[in-house]
Design a protein around this ligand. Structure first.
Ligand code: ADP
Ligand code: MG
Ligand code: ZN
Length: 610
């Protein structure tokens, strides 16, 4: 623009120049005053001479009519107006567009190219010095993978407890890394990639380290989330670099933690992530680029195998999967033992008992539990960890920190006591229900006013129809007790209600336990077109069936509720006795509860099963 003005300043002295509004410009075209128009991007320039007038002028050597002497030059900033060209046609006005002139080219160069480019360069420089710790541009893509040499992992299979099956599968990998010639002699295929699959905290990372530790080979660890970097292309170059290093150090283990961070299915998701895709592609290329005999074995871990790109699972890639699941009772005891080695245990501590009360805990939870118990022992001023420390640590982990300061009013407390006793009594009288371990009306964190802790006597995978009904009964017991004693119900049972409903729904829709659709699954299916995680549930059955399901759920729950109410009515004395006692002591252990129940048992009737 600046250049344009300068250009005009050089123009002939005898020209009159005027900047006018577009409306005026248009009028001058309509009136015939403007005979020739140059349609520029920024300005329209109108002159009062046409080409003919110009040719009539003497000494007509101007290359640009706009510089012709004796005419008026109007300039206007154009307004988008399609009819303008029509108007010029009608008036016989000459019009033309102008290509970028030298001046425009120069200003374009400065404003559109050099300036932004400079700004970008500056930004890059900033980013690199700031985020890369001043390492400079040249070190982008240099690997962050830590190289841990033999002994550095310091982990052996003994450190991983209760994962016998997973370990067995990995023993072969260790063996191969130690004696590759043994396998080479016989031939056959060597696993190239092994995928460890399991819930968080089950010891996948630990297992990978143990494999390296047992084999005594270098261990390269990198996390999938490390690859998801700021700049496109960095991840891919990192993968390349990682494998280059690994090949130099073979035999060795490359461990990719959180594989799902890069290995998400490429088909999934609307917003593509170029960086992740490039990284994944590079990983596939690298894995295809060597055979098992190179001595590099790739271990990877994920807790979301379902989102992984199927290409990762093809033969020659992660074709072997090892399930690392939550430990069973025996496994939990072993894991507790491993971690208890680091603390001083009291003589009477029974880790088997602790293991029994931690069904569903992963290894990391158990490690946490031991640590928490040790901290509590220190706080209590003991020199060793006692059984009660485990008990308290467990409660802490399960129900959040004890909130001793929380005040609840006496009426609320009474309601909670009857509610919890309701659960406990139904559990005590239902065949196959998990025995009650503890009833508490001490408020805990996260809004739980009380709880009834039931413990499974054994790890169970199969649950019968009868037992499922029993579970619903126990869940409804709390609210039923409230209704029976206080004649009204509270919102305190909302969690119970939703869990009971869920069981009832699953029985009908998933387990085929309804009358009409006996042995039929009416499950929902997830579509994947919005990405596996956030798919919409799609009903695979008719509206009518949906109505049937809803009606059945409600009918079943009503039947169970009436049944539980009836049972509590028949055991009213016991309900009162236990609840009053609970109000006094706040926490009742299994022994005392069972004693009270046994004393009343002859008077009580077991709930009818159906
Ligand atoms: P994941 O990688 O599966 O999420 P980790 O291997 O990171 O789990 O486990 C975290 C911690 O939990 C470990 O460092 C270890 O202290 C403990 N842990 C988990 N599983 C076990 C196990 N089977 N035996 C002993 N400790 C375990
Ligand atoms: Mg891990
Ligand atoms: Zn409840």
């Amino acid at each position: 623009m600046l250049a344009l003005l300068i250009l005009y300043a050089f123009n002939s002295m005898s020209q009159k120049k005027q900047v006018i509004e577009f409306s005026e410009f248009k009028q001058k075209v309509a009136s015939g005053e403007i005979k020739r128009v140059q349609l520029g991007r920024d300005y329209y320039v109108g002159v009062t001479y046409s080409r003919k007038d110009f040719q009539n002028q003497e000494g007509s050597s101007y290359s640009d009519l706009n510089q012709a002497q004796g005419q008026t030059v109007y300039r206007a900033i154009p307004v988008e107006d399609r009819s303008f060209v029509e108007l010029m046609d009608k008036q016989g006005v000459e019009y033309y567009a102008r290509a970028t002139t030298a001046g425009d080219f120069l200003s374009n160069l400065i404003f559109a190219w050099i300036l932004p480019f400079g700004v970008i360069m500056l930004l890059w420089w900033f980013l690199f010095t700031k985020f890369r710790g001043g390492m400079g541009i040249m070190s982008v893509g240099k690997n962050k993978a830590q190289l841990m040499m033999e002994g550095d992992t310091g982990v052996t299979f003994d450190d991983v407890a209760g994962a016998e099956e997973s370990k067995e599968e990995l023993v072969e990998v260790v063996d191969f890394l130690q004696k590759p010639e043994k396998y080479e002699a016989v031939g056959g295929k060597i696993p190239k990639g092994v995928l460890l699959v399991g819930p968080p905290g089950t010891g996948k990372t630990l297992l990978a380290k143990a494999v390296a530790g047992e084999a005594g080979v270098p261990f390269f660890k990198i996390s999938g989330s490390d690859f998801v970097e700021l700049f496109v292309g960095v991840g891919a170059s990192r993968v390349r670099d990682l494998f280059k290093q690994a090949r130099e150090k073979a035999p060795c283990i490359v461990f990719i933690d959180e594989l799902d961070a890069i290995g998400k299915s490429r088909a999934n998701g609307l917003g593509n992530n170029d960086e992740r895709e490039q990284t994944l592609n590079q990983l596939l290329v690298e894995m295809d680029g060597f055979d098992g005999w190179t001595g590099v074995i790739i271990l990877a871990a994920t807790n979301r195998p379902e989102v992984l790109d199927p290409a990762l699972m093809r033969p020659g890639r992660f074709d072997r999967q090892v399930l690392v699941d939550r430990p069973d009772l025996k496994g939990r005891e072993q894991i507790l033992k491993v971690h208890a080695k680091n603390v001083k245990l009291g003589d009477q501590v029974d880790l088997n008992k602790v293991a029994k009360s931690t069904a569903g805990f992963a290894g990391a939870d158990l490690a946490n539990l031991v640590n928490e118990a040790a901290l509590l022992a220190v706080r209590a001023g003991r020199g060793h960890v006692a059984q009660e420390d485990f008990g308290e640590a467990l409660e802490k982990l399960i129900a959040g920190l004890q909130k001793k300061s929380r005040v609840i009013n006496p009426k609320e407390k009474e309601v909670v006591a009857y509610h919890e006793t309701g659960h406990a009594l139904v559990a005590a009288f239902t065949d196959g229900a998990d025995p009650v371990q503890k009833i508490s009306i001490v408020p805990r964190g996260m809004g739980a006013l009380g709880y009834t802790m039931q413990l499974p006597t054994e790890d169970r995978f199969l649950v019968t129809e009868q037992e499922l009904l029993g579970k619903i009964d126990v869940l409804l017991g709390g609210r039923a007790a409230e209704q029976l004693i206080f004649g009204e119900i509270s919102n305190g049972a909302s969690n119970d209600i939703s869990r009971a409903t869920e069981i009832a729904r699953k029985m009908i829709a998933e387990y085929g336990m309804s009358e009409k659709f006996r042995n039929m699954a009416l499950g929902t299916q997830r579509t994947s077109y919005l990405g596996g995680e956030s798919g919409f549930g799609v009903r695979e059955y008719s509206e009518e069936t949906q109505r049937y399901i809803d009606e059945q759920i409600s009918a079943n729950i009503n039947t169970r509720y009436a049944h539980v109410l009836e049972f509590l009515k028949n055991n009213l004395t016991l309900l009162h006795d236990v609840s009053r006692r609970l109000l006094k002591v706040e926490v009742m252990e299994a022994e005392e509860f069972e004693k009270m129940v046994a004393q009343h048992k002859e008077l009580a009737e077991a709930p009818q099963q159906n």
